[in-house]
Design a protein around this ligand. Structure first.
Ligand code: 8YV
Length: 328
């Protein structure tokens, strides 16, 4: 007799081939309209599913999780970041949580590098001028940006994505600096010719470019506070492809509007998907709609990881991408 298929509820539309495979393997409920679930819909899903496959748009806090039925055993998140899930509350109810690390590293690092270039070289501004019919001819002093070759990049969070960014940045001639809980291995430090700063303050004050690549945890909320941001040099630019909550966005806007830092490239926002209207008015900010992992290949691989995590869990094994509370 074929094994019973577990009830899996997927909260958002996933790539077709991921959904098809999930339907083959599990008793899967899809969200074909891709409408984000509100709290009431999430609670209903948590009361029926044995496995929930959520995304960043589902806030699974302790209150929502308290409503989960006893049948819910696994939250197989589609995404690497899990700050939208109260992992401790889930674990306390006997629910395992998994994520999808590794498969979005290169894509996120590519987009981070693109943001650095876009801000420093005013790429979006230039494209908008052409689009609006404003290109009337070359000028020696028009559209001047800043050279990145030979400058210093300070990476906050030297995990997978930070390291992948460092490799790209080194190839662009940037000097690599980083702040992390601990230094990277001597082999990586040597490969990247990277300089470790245990003091974030010290690093911020000396860099030309800052990139935020750490996870959002209670310890990194507003890690870049108003005080920290004021340490940056006036010509510095800052990019964030991690989580909006890591930067005090109000303080960042204040410094950008006063010209106290040169520019920002943001793929994530503190109150996503709401964007502070003041940010939209800033010519020195390049703003993207949380798309750093948005490649077809990456999203399919994320789906495959979700499937592997569900499959191994259902077979009675520890899923490979279990989120453990010590990671927080
Ligand atoms: C994902 C992300 O696409 O994986 C992450 O942590 O930030 C995104 O790039 C998103 O989280 C999907 O849930």
């Amino acid at each position: 007799m074929p094994a019973r298929k577990p009830k899996v509820i997927v909260t958002r539309k996933l790539p077709d081939q991921v959904e098809t495979r999930m339907r083959e393997l599990f008793d899967t409920e899809l969200n074909l309209t891709d409408t984000p679930m509100d709290r009431a819909m999430l609670v209903k899903a948590l009361q029926r599913a044995e496995v929930l496959a959520p995304t960043i748009t589902d806030k699974l806090d302790a209150g929502v999780l308290a409503a989960a039925g006893d049948q819910l055993k696994l939250i197989a998140n589609f995404g690497a970041g899990f700050d939208h899930i109260d992992v401790a509350a889930a674990n306390a109810r006997g629910i395992t949580v998994t994520n999808t690390p590794g498969v979005l590293t290169e894509d996120t690092a590519d987009l981070t590098m693109s943001l650095i270039l876009a801000v420093a070289r005013r790429i979006v501004e230039g494209a908008n001028v052409v689009q609006a019919g404003g290109f009337t001819g070359w000028s020696p002093t028009w559209m001047m940006g800043r050279r990145i070759h030979g400058k210093r990049l300070g990476i906050i969070g030297m995990g997978r994505i930070g390291t992948a960014l460092a490799r790209r940045a080194k190839a662009f001639g940037l000097g690599i600096h980083y702040h992390n809980r601990k230094p990277v291995s001597p082999r990586i430090a040597e490969e990247l010719e990277a300089t470790y700063w245990d003091s974030l303050d010290q690093m911020l004050a000396r860099m030309d470019i800052i990139s935020v690549n750490c996870p959002h945890t209670p310890a990194t909320f507003h890690l870049l506070s108003a005080r920290h941001l004021k340490l940056l040099q006036p010509h510095a630019i800052i990019v964030n492809t991690a989580r909006g909550e890591i930067i005090d966005e109000g303080a960042l806007i204040d410094l950008l509007s006063k010209g106290q830092i040169a520019g920002a490239g943001l793929d994530v926002f503190e109150h996503e998907p709401q964007i502070n209207p003041k940010l939209l008015k800033l010519p020195n900010a390049v703003l993207l709609p949380h798309m750093s992992s948005a490649t077809i290949e990456g999203r399919i691989e994320m789906g495959e990881k979700v499937i592997i995590n569900i499959r191994t869990f259902m077979d009675g094994h520890k899923p490979p991408d279990r989120v453990i509370p010590s990671m927080l």
